[in-house]
Design a protein around this ligand. Structure first.
Ligand SMILES: [Zn+2]
Length: 447
């Protein structure tokens, strides 16, 4: 398997180049992203079709019964069966006969899309999320009881992975039939995801310690397809990728061969990134004297003039209705609306994004699920990164790979490599940005 990764920063024309490649080579492509806004940018490709979720395509969406079932989180296929549209509605039809597919990433693994039909698969999005897989016997038993299938329960109870794999198709069909019946009188359907269950058991089997839950990184779904795939990911990190690959081999397939090609060109721009003062403006500090930040903004407004477009990046708790003291604002960790901020001339960053101790432990779980997370220890303020970090060095690496990249990604929303921007940082400046942009420092008093 071959993964090529375009890891150039946002705003240097990654999407443009991919489109050119698809057109020039007349590729039969499938393009996935978590963001419809990104998929929209591919709509100009000839023969492309942008598929959408149930709520945007179901013709009966105004029907009260459909609304109720969506509210109860009933899967679309069951709703369709229940409403008698026989999978012939627009939601199901849209997946048929597509030459160039533009799809939300959550359909990547669904049986609605046959990846074998495409010669080029592109994922335009950082694939770095994870979800929790759990094994709760009582909950499982409750669900299996609705099916009244003893052999299935025995397999789950004894974690008989072979039986479960051999019978996956049959189990899913039985659940579907039973659920259609249940849905006629109530919405207490069987909620049993057999793939997740198999994944859980495979992970659990790989380790000595038994845990009730494991984080499952979404990149595993991609490994499992056994296909060459191209990724566009500005925050791609080869060492994290290799750690997850090691995990995958241990848990799922020791023989998985994987070739990784990372493309990354050094970037530079005349945009300015200015570190103001040397305080980190942590949440608790900001809370104590929030009005001060309004004054900083007014000063910056004076420096740049009334016509200048200013936006703010800060902690979520300080953003109210998309604003911070009347200025458009977004927060650390938000990953919606990637293109919303690309027209602002000035970005003011208030704060230094860090994780709390539990956040670090969760990261540790993701990379080393079979080990107990070490005690992070006291906070070290005199480290190479210059922010509050646990003394235990293992967490510092995780911080750099996961947490710093989030701030990096957020600041890139104003596209400082494509346009000339000014970024004021009241807090930590990610190292990579110091290299890409012109880095300066200034005192708070001289602002
Ligand atoms: Zn339907």
């Amino acid at each position: 398997m071959k993964y090529s990764v375009n890891a150039n920063p946002p705003g240097v024309g990654k999407t443009f180049n991919e489109k050119k490649n698809i057109i020039n080579n007349k590729l039969k492509a499938a393009i996935f992203s978590k963001e419809h806004a990104l998929l929209n940018e591919y709509e100009s490709l000839p023969y492309s079709k942008h598929v959408r979720g149930f709520k945007h395509t179901c013709e009966l969406i105004e029907n009260n019964e459909v609304k109720r079932l969506i509210g109860e989180d009933i899967p679309p296929s069951l709703i369709c069966g229940h409403m008698g549209c026989d999978l012939k509605c627009e939601y199901h039809r849209q997946f048929k006969r597509i030459r160039l597919l533009l799809s939300p990433l959550n359909y990547f693994n669904s049986n609605k899309i046959d990846l074998d039909k495409y010669e080029f698969i592109l994922i335009d999005e950082n694939v770095d999320g994870s979800r929790e897989l759990t094994y709760n016997k009582e909950e499982l038993k409750k669900e299996v009881n609705k099916l009244q299938w003893l052999a299935l329960w025995e397999a789950i109870d004894s974690m008989d992975i072979e039986w479960l794999i051999d019978n996956t198709i049959k189990i899913n069909r039985m659940i579907m039939i039973k659920n259609e019946e249940i849905l006629k009188s109530n919405t207490n359907i069987i909620r049993l995801n057999i793939d997740d269950l198999i994944n859980f058991i495979m992970i659990d089997n790989a380790y000595e310690i038994n845990k009730p839950s494991y984080p499952y990184p979404d990149i595993f779904d991609i490994f499992k397809k056994g296909r060459d795939i191209r990724l566009l990911s500005a925050t791609f990190d080869l060492s994290v990728f290799n750690k997850l690959l090691e995990r995958y081999r241990r848990e799922f397939d020791p023989l998985l061969e994987c070739e990784i090609i990372v493309e990354q060109e050094p970037q530079s721009s005349k945009s300015l990134i200015i570190r103001v003062g040397n305080s980190h403006h942590y949440k608790s500090t900001m809370r104590k004297s929030l009005d001060k930040y309004d004054l900083y903004l007014k000063q910056i407004r004076k420096l740049h003039g009334v016509h200048c477009q200013i936006c703010v990046l800060t902690y979520k708790e300080f953003v109210k209705d998309g604003k911070f003291f009347g200025v458009p604002a977004f927060w650390f960790g938000a990953n919606k609306g990637v293109n919303l901020y690309e027209h602002y001339d000035v970005l003011v960053v208030f704060g230094s994004f860090i994780y709390d101790i539990n956040g670090y432990k969760e990261l540790h779980e993701l990379i080393y699920p079979g080990q107990l997370a070490p005690d992070p220890g006291e906070v070290d303020l005199n480290n190479a990164f210059g922010v509050m970090l646990p003394v235990n060095g293992k967490y510092n690496v995780l911080w750099q790979k996961f947490v710093e990249t989030q701030t990096y990604d957020a600041i890139h929303r104003v596209r400082p490599l494509r346009y000339i921007r000014t970024i004021y940082c009241f807090g930590y400046v990610p190292h990579k940005l110091m290299l890409e942009l012109e880095y300066r420092t200034m005192l708070e008093e001289t602002l």
